[in-house]
Ligand binder design. Structure first.
Ligand code: ATP
Length: 303
């Protein structure tokens, strides 16, 4: 299996994309590679406690691509994105930014985490202004730019609110505005909507797609939610577990712009089914259904 956007990528179980989608993917393939992971291996601990979190992972991300990294809990997704962000060093392998090795964090890569990471003592506006001021802008310029980003995430009415006055979805919108205000070319998102209820999560997905469409930004998005990966991404990098390696790199045949009515389309269902087979192999499913002993005779006519 190729780990780049190579022509004729194998697509077991995934329907062939329409001509329109094929053309889109072709164009994506022609765009420059902005971020590469080359043979990333990460081990924690030593001796009997040695954990290989990532084993020889390689992939490439093209400019303006939306790439999701999907895998079960504990397969190394967060470790991978922290290495991409330069927050963690790999045991071996390297990260290339525009073809050049990087070893630490940099302003071209912004990060949004699952946990709300806003400064609780600062208002929405001051949270967003923070990074712009650290970047050397005057207070008035930082305020002007912060307002633009707050407007983009639809929170103008809340610019003077404090984080504790916001819902989870609103806090994540501020986190996105704060990350984007530093004008990163690459946005690295580690399960950003994982703590949100299903309805808010759906709204945030729509919102993120709108932002991605309007701004020249490449997104690498971590999720363990299959549907979220299909709905958002151009390609989906599936990580296997024990030890974590690339299980597949799936080109998404679902057309853009995306909307929820596409969920029932054969392309959508085919890619969802393929991901499900990779993440939950049939051997795991064999434990179900579990036999539950009958503990009551009350209401025996319930079925
Ligand atoms: N600092 C650390 N020290 C030791 N082991 C670690 C450390 N960070 C991660 N690990 C181990 O590496 C493996 C991968 O962890 P990681 O958090 O990257 O997985 P994940 O796919 O993001 O999981 P989740 O979806 O539950 O967040 C796990 O076995 C974890 O216990």
């Amino acid at each position: 299996m190729g780990t780049g956007l190579t022509a004729g990528v194998e697509r077991t179980g995934v329907l062939e994309p329409s001509e329109e989608v094929r053309n889109r993917l072709e164009q994506l393939r022609e765009r420059p590679i902005v971020l590469s992971a080359e043979g990333i291996t990460k081990q924690f601990g030593s001796g009997k406690r040695l954990v290989t979190a990532l084993d020889d992972i390689s992939f490439q991300v093209h400019r303006r691509e939306f790439l999701s990294i999907l895998g079960q809990s504990g397969c190394g997704k967060s470790t991978m994105i922290r290495i991409l962000a330069g927050l963690e060093k790999p045991t071996s392998g390297q990260i290339l930014l525009d073809g050049k090795p990087v070893s630490g964090p940099g302003p071209e890569r912004g990060m949004v985490f699952q946990a709300y990471t806003l400064f609780p003592w600062l208002t929405v506006k001051k949270n967003v202004m923070y990074g712009i001021k650290v970047g050397g802008q005057s207070s008035s310029e930082a305020e002007r730019q912060a307002r633009e980003w707050i407007d983009l995430v639809g929170l103008s009415k809340f610019e003077n609110a404090y984080p504790h006055q916001l819902s989870g979805g609103m806090k994540q919108r501020v986190a996105i505005a704060r990350a984007m205000a530093n004008r990163p070319r690459i946005l690295l998102m580690d399960e950003p909507f994982g703590a949100l209820d299903a309805q808010t999560r759906g709204q945030m997905q729509e919102h993120l797609l709108q932002i991605w469409k309007s701004i020249d930004v490449t997104i690498v998005f971590i999720t363990h939610d299959l549907d979220e990966a299909v709905y958002l991404s151009d390609r989906i990098l599936v990580l296997g577990a024990n030890p974590s390696c690339v299980a597949d790199l799936v080109e998404n045949p679902v057309a853009r712009p995306r909307d929820r009515s596409q969920v029932v389309q054969p392309e959508y269902q085919s890619v969802l089914g393929h991901l499900n087979d990779l993440i939950h192999p049939p051997s795991e499913k064999s434990e179900f259904p579990v036999k539950i002993p009958r503990l009551t005779t009350v209401g025996d006519d319930v079925e």
